[in-house]
Design a binder for this molecule. Structure first.
Ligand code: OAD
Length: 251
């Protein structure tokens, strides 16, 4: 491991981890800005994940989210990176903030995870806000268009439980992350292209406040030049190394 990082880890009692889609890539959940696969190749994420895209074509957007939901619920398991983050909490204080709408951090054992962009498994009515609890039936084969179900209360369209581009984040979550960062000894930024605001403002905020911030991403990002260190490794490779290092120190 890079000595810059081992030196930082030697002084870390409070860790903040900010994760993005790359965190779950090795669990088989595709990222947003790496090339889309299969039926979705021709669409950009801002079409499929924006409030305008949803209003323009609900059947298309619902089909895409159904496909992601099926991947997450039926196939994806937490990877070694998720597990390392959960295990780190046995050694030091760890606060996890994620842009991901899957629950792989929780399934790996992390608690109190803050989800900036909602929960894909909790669809709700776009009109009255009622959570939709009926089982969502996934089509047997991947479909490009699926009509969303209707709300049991008001018959409005049921929408994905995520924060679309163009919508506000849940109340207070950015402030909560900023406060955690100000109290942290080290911030790890894992698997995010660091371009979607307001979350993308958090790594530079950490640097501006002199909190060491290490980026773990196989590819450089817009944030890399500012990072204390860019570690060009995958989440499932790098995070277990960090856990092993700290566990060995405490043994
Ligand atoms: P992106 O798809 O924009 O970026 C994923 C990042 O993960 C890229 O920088 C990849 O290089 C990196 N990556 C790929 N595989 C990796 C691996 N195995 N380990 C570590 N890093 C890896 O995803 P986000 O930054 O999360 O928002 O995107 C931010 C938001 O834009 C998402 O939450 C979503 C999206 O539209 C909404 O849905 C509102």
């Amino acid at each position: 491991m890079n000595p810059i990082l081992t030196n930082l880890l030697d002084d870390t009692q409070r860790l903040v981890v900010l994760t993005g889609a790359g965190m779950s890539a090795e669990s088989g959940v595709p990222t947003f800005r790496d090339k889309q696969v299969g039926l979705w190749e021709q669409y950009d994420p801002e079409t499929l994940a924006s409030i305008q895209g949803w209003r323009r074509d609900r059947d298309l957007v619902w089909a895409w989210y159904m496909w992601r939901m099926a991947l997450i619920q039926d196939k994806a398991e937490p990877n070694a990176g998720h597990k390392a983050i959960a295990n780190l909490a046995n050694l030091i204080q760890v606060d996890v903030f994620t842009q991901n709408t899957d629950n792989l951090h929780e399934r790996a054992g992390s608690s109190d995870v803050v989800h900036f962009h909602g929960n894909i498994a909790q669809p709700y009515c776009e009109d009255c806000g009622e959570i939709y609890r009926d089982k969502i039936v996934m089509p047997d084969t991947e479909q490009m268009r699926v009509e969303p179900p209707r709300c049991n209360q008001c018959a409005g369209y049921v929408r994905p439980g995520v924060v679309f581009f163009g919508e506000m984040l849940p109340d207070g979550c950015i402030d909560q992350a900023a406060n955690a960062i100000l109290n942290a000894d080290l911030v790890l930024v894992v698997g995010t292209s660091a371009i979607v605001h307001p979350v993308a403002s958090l790594p530079p905020f950490a640097i501006q406040n002199a909190i060491p911030t290490v980026e773990i991403n196989p590819n450089p990002t817009a944030f890399s030049p500012q990072a204390t260190l860019h570690w060009g490794a995958s989440a499932a490779t790098a995070l277990p190394e960090i856990y092993e290092y700290l566990a060995a120190k405490q043994a």
